[in-house]
Design a protein around this ligand. Structure first.
Ligand code: F3S
Length: 62
């Protein structure tokens, strides 16, 4: 599974970072960065939850 964050949509709500800090980190500007788009199997559920709960619908999983 892969994950991407749309920089134009992210508003820094931080729900993704709270749900899965192993995958999502807030950068210095207060928006989310994904270091590695390849999601480890053990984090897939949390990443899906983050995608569902992001108010800006900025997270895409494929
Ligand atoms: Fe941004 Fe959504 Fe996360 S707005 S900080 S991708 S919860």
């Amino acid at each position: 599974m892969k994950v991407a964050v749309d920089d134009d949509r992210c508003r820094g709500h931080g729900i993704c970072c709270a749900l899965c800090p192993e995958v999502f980190t807030l950068n210095d500007d207060g928006y989310t960065t994904v270091e590695d788009p390849e999601v480890p199997a053990e984090h897939e559920e949390a990443v899906r939850a983050a995608a569902d709960q992001c108010p800006e619908r900025a997270i895409t999983v494929t």
